[in-house]
Design a protein around this ligand. Sequence first.
Ligand SMILES: C[S@@+](CC[C@H](N)C(=O)[O-])C[C@H]1O[C@@H](n2cnc3c(N)ncnc32)[C@H](O)[C@@H]1O
Length: 241
Amino acid sequence: MAGINGDERAIYIKDMFARIAHRYDVMNRVMTAGQDVHWRREVIRRAELPPGGFLLDLGAGTGDLAREALRQCSSCRSAAVDFTIQMMRVGQSRPDRPHSESSRLDWIAADAGCLPFHDQVFDAVVSGFLLRNVGDVLTCIYEQYRVLKPGGMIVVLDTTPPGWSIFSPLVKFHLRFLIPILGSALTGQSDAYRYLPASTQAFLEPEQLAYRVMYAGFNDVGFRRMMFETVAIHWGRKPVH
Ligand SMILES: C[S@@+](CC[C@H](N)C(=O)[O-])C[C@H]1O[C@@H](n2cnc3c(N)ncnc32)[C@H](O)[C@@H]1O
């Protein structure tokens, strides 16, 4: 994967997520010891959706963030956008879908770097574990800025290169050994779960990502690191003027 860019990178990533789609949700819960559920709640709280608001979940995968928005706001709608059809199919066929979901959740196949929406359509834009996969992070943030209404929030959940702490040996063991072994056992696709630690290590430091969010034009930018500093939530507000 190292050194692959552009279309080749996108093809590799689509193929990888297509192969793990059927066990993606289980693997998420196991890898994070169930913590991802709490992070997603926080992401949607920070999105500050108004009643009747419209949320974009970018790189939605099986749609956990889009669904969490519907759970927290009963009058809101979500658009779940992803370029891997197989991930969205798994999300669409979940047995635990509430009855009211289908009228409030749209599934759209698109690339996060070139969105098929007019300007200023959404009240909030969120993403979970997307940005570390895209070829050009800044272009992707610009697109999110474009489709957001003035005053709307961008909220980003992603892994970050782990900093040094007394837990570093444990974190390294988890990332380098435990995740690939678990991934291989649960999905049969060990390469995908070697890609996760490799792309985490190669991704932006939280300060660098915050800088890009600011550079794209957002105000009130902040972030919070979690899970032994291996995961962060970033946020920012699109200025009203
Ligand atoms: C790690 S999964 C995250 C899924 C979900 N957001 C979550 O929180 O569990 C990353 C998702 O981003 C999608 N993705 C990666 N690059 C993309 C791009 N350029 N455009 C659209 N989707 C993309 C992948 O297909 C995959 O479903």
